[in-house]
Design a protein around this ligand. Structure first.
Ligand code: ADP
Ligand code: ZN
Ligand code: ZN
Length: 745
């Protein structure tokens, strides 16, 4: 019957489920006027109704038998024309089915059409003081309930049930259990969400720019006025006033009646930057941060879509918000690895996608950094990007004085291993006397980073992962940093050779640094910022606020103390083990070490007081350490780009990394080899298909991992080939990463 029916129009749709091909449906007169590309619709598939997205509207269908489209689910497009174009590009470039790309673009609440009419509010029935110990006693036997309480402990009054479930990642039943026990209460409410209400800021006005800033702004404004796509690289040393340039660029784009999106690497760590945007633009600004509940995210999304917010700040996925008439895309700290999605397909790099979106929408793109990625700087050198340099600090603050300390010599002097060199101890002492602050950076958390036996050489590994266990003194535990495995560490006997008194703890983590600091300076006030002290949501902000308001003399931390922080009273910053990451066999290792040291150094001397940086290293004459100490980006770039060229690494080639994983190592390896050989056979000879090797972490959570790198001038032939691939073993998973950040892990 249906087969003979004809329609005025047809729609090709993509199912929101696990089907990646296009299906055609007929559009009735009634739907024809409303239906647009990118809309979410309902279509019949084998007797049931399924959700799909409109890919294309056309006059004819090649299918012999076409059913009518059942309903239009969205009253507006979920994905506008330009985002839809972008999704198509991402799908092709990152070798990911369009359905998955769209999924990663839309907040879950929008995808699921979350209608928030009725809601439950969850309240604590006991004080936080009572809940804390209770939470710990539940952790072992009822981890889901403990996870619920963790969130409830962070909440002010309480949380919406939907929020609580989303944040704690559990189902409703542990919440119900806690309600039954009288620990929590559910209350039905009507809600009206607006995350910004209640926050006020002192309004700031535009600063008069120095000549470097003015020149950079002029170029940016020129391309915004011309409404033609152009990418700018704003290369300015830390504290040179890049943010002020962003703020004034946004002012200009608003005057043109267009909107802007600002990407920041990790929203929790950039609270200070966000505050500066809010203080300048009090209305029409939306901040998409990880603490928003599903409902809040949905409301912000609609505010943006309706044009009520014309400035959007957020992490990488903010790029996909439904801004109308986009004029300016800013990517702050463009070199930051947080812009790359590595865990889940599509493994996109938000900086690269930003440039593509700018191209598709004729928007101006500004990438800013004190340590640009090699890719971006080369693009600027080649004339693809417009380069602006800010070479001095915007305020009277001087760049910090950097001192390299040779730790080998320090060990000799101290007669053994030491974490604090003599110059560092002296430096901290001086700051304590003057009432100034110090930041100590170390990239390992925990107390000791490994435990082994001196007798037989046995090393305590995670039983599920290919990594040594880290000792955490506060919890008296050995724990795995890749999975949640924990072992209570009362071990005094070697499990292998059974001898006593032979176990040896090694390697320094932040926890030990803090303890040593207190031994050296009794009474010192310290704060520690690492994965252990910032587990609870909001704890970053609290910690940094405490340090900013002088509640501690010394801040000890991992990567999270290196980014974008502005503490004027910090006059000493020390990198405790500058070379540790240089040993990782990865083509980006040097670049990352350079960026890290430069960024950490940039935290010192941001106020009126001069700053000092101490870099402790065992390889003081390593060129990367020297370039970083001299804060000489250009010299670093020249050296590093020559190495990349010589070994044909990005930016001179593109890489694709295939990671195969599964429970059985030989099966994984065999599948990987089979796929690799197939690829090599079908790919042009100019592509280099590397042999299959175990990944840097050869096992994670009992899944064995093997990888294969492919290198060539373009990635399209590789992704096209892979899209036609089927893996025969159901137990082997393939993860595809185009332009991977790391070739090792
Ligand atoms: P960056 O983003 O490059 O690290 P910031 O924008 O944070 O630099 O600027 C560092 C400091 O200089 C801030 O306190 C900022 O308010 C100040 N600043 C920036 N531009 C100017 C200017 N033109 N005149 C005076 N102060 C400025
Ligand atoms: Zn032993
Ligand atoms: Zn593990």
């Amino acid at each position: 019957m249906e087969s003979t029916q004809t329609f005025p129009r047809y729609a090709s749709v993509i199912l929101d489920a696990a089907v990646d091909k296009l299906l055609d449906y007929g559009i009735s007169e009634e739907h024809a006027s409303k239906l647009k590309r990118g809309m979410r619709v309902q279509v019949p598939v084998r007797g049931t109704l399924r959700t799909a997205y409109v890919y294309e509207i056309k006059e004819k269908s090649d299918f012999p038998k076409v059913l009518p489209l059942a309903a239009i689910l969205s009253e507006h497009e979920l994905i506008g024309e330009s985002l839809f174009e972008l999704a198509l590009w991402m799908s092709r470039y990152y070798g990911t089915p369009l359905r998955k790309v769209i999924k990663s673009m839309l907040p879950a609440s929008i995808r699921q059409g979350l209608a928030h009419k009725e809601q439950y509010f969850v309240k604590r029935m006991q004080s936080k003081e009572k809940l804390r110990p209770l939470c710990e006693t539940l952790r072992e036997k009822h981890p889901a309930q403990a996870a619920v309480l963790d969130e409830m402990l962070c909440a002010q009054e309480g949380l919406l049930l939907s929020e609580l479930l989303e944040k704690s990642g559990v189902s409703r039943s542990p919440v119900e259990s806690l309600v039954k026990k009288g620990i929590l209460q559910l209350e039905q409410i009507q809600i009206d969400r607006s995350p910004l209400i209640g926050e006020t800021y002192f309004k700031t006005s535009a600063k008069s720019l120095n000549s470097g800033q003015a020149e950079a702004l002029k170029k940016i404004v020129r391309s915004m006025d011309g409404q033609s796509f152009e990418t700018h690289l704003l290369f300015g040393i830390t504290g040179s006033g890049k943010t002020e340039v962003y703020l004034q660029a946004i002012e200009n784009v608003l005057k043109l009646g267009r909107s802007s999106v600002i990407l920041v690497p990790e929203i929790a760590l950039t609270a200070q930057t966000i505050e500066r945007f809010r203080a300048r633009f009090d209305t029409g600004i939306a901040v998409l941060h990880h603490r928003l509940s599903a409902g809040e995210r949905r409301d912000e999304w609609h505010r943006i879509r309706k044009g009520e917010a014309k400035i959007v700040i957020g992490a990488r996925s903010a790029l996909f918000c439904p801004l109308q008439n986009l004029g300016l895309i800013l990517v702050d700290e463009e070199h930051d690895g947080a812009y790359k999605q590595s865990e889940e397909a599509p493994c996109y790099h938000a900086r690269d996608v930003a440039v593509m979106l700018g191209k598709m929408t004729n928007a101006t793109v500004v990438l800013g950094s004190a340590t640009p990625s090699l890719e971006s700087y080369r693009n600027a050198m080649e004339g693809k990007y417009t380069l602006s340099k800010l070479t001095c600090r915007a305020t009277s603050a001087k760049l910090a004085h950097v001192k390299i300390v040779d730790m080998k010599a320090e060990f000799e002097k101290a007669g053994g291993f030491t974490t604090f060199s003599a110059p560092l101890i002296e430096g901290i002492q001086k700051r304590l006397e003057l009432g100034e602050q110090t930041i100590l950076f170390l990239n390992r958390r925990g107390y000791h980073t490994s435990l082994s036996c001196k007798g037989c050489g046995h090393i305590f590994h995670c039983p599920h992962c290919d990594v040594t266990l880290t000792f955490h003194r506060s919890k008296e535990q050995l724990s795995c940093h890749l999975c949640k495995f924990q072992l209570v560490s009362t071990a005094t006997q070697c499990p292998q050779c059974k001898s006593y008194e032979t176990l040896k703890y090694r390697g320094i983590g932040t926890e030990q640094v803090e303890r040593t600091l207190h031994a050296l300076f009794p009474g010192v006030r310290s704060l520690r910022a690492d994965g252990d002290t910032t587990q609870h949501k909001g704890s970053h902000e609290r910690l940094f606020r405490a340090f900013g308001t002088g509640k501690a003399d010394v801040l000890i931390g991992t990567q999270m103390v290196t980014k974008g922080l502005h503490f004027p009273a910090v006059t000493l910053v020390a990198v405790l083990n500058a070379d540790s990451s240089l040993h990782i066999p990865d083509f980006r290792a040097s670049e990352q070490v350079f960026q890290l040291i430069t960024q950490v150094a940039g935290r010192a001397g941001r106020g009126a007081l001069p700053g000092e940086v101490i870099i402790q290293t065992q390889i003081p004459s390593h060129p990367i350490i020297e370039f970083a100490a001299a804060q000489d980006y250009e010299a670093f770039y020249e050296t590093e780009v020559a190495v990349r060229k010589q070994f044909a690494y990005p930016p001179f080639t593109h890489l694709v990394k295939l990671t195969f994983s599964g429970p059985n190592p030989s099966e994984v390896q065999a599948t990987a080899t089979e796929v690799r050989d197939m690829i090599e056979k079908n790919l042009d000879k100019q592509y280099e298909v590397h042999p299959v090797t175990p990944s840097g972490y050869a096992k994670i959570k009992d899944q064995y991992r093997f990888q294969c790198l492919i290198r060539g001038v373009s990635t399209y032939p590789i992704t096209a080939l892979l899209s036609r691939l089927t893996i025969h073993s159901r137990r082997v998973k393939l993860h595809l990463d185009v332009d991977p950040l790391s070739t090792f892990f």
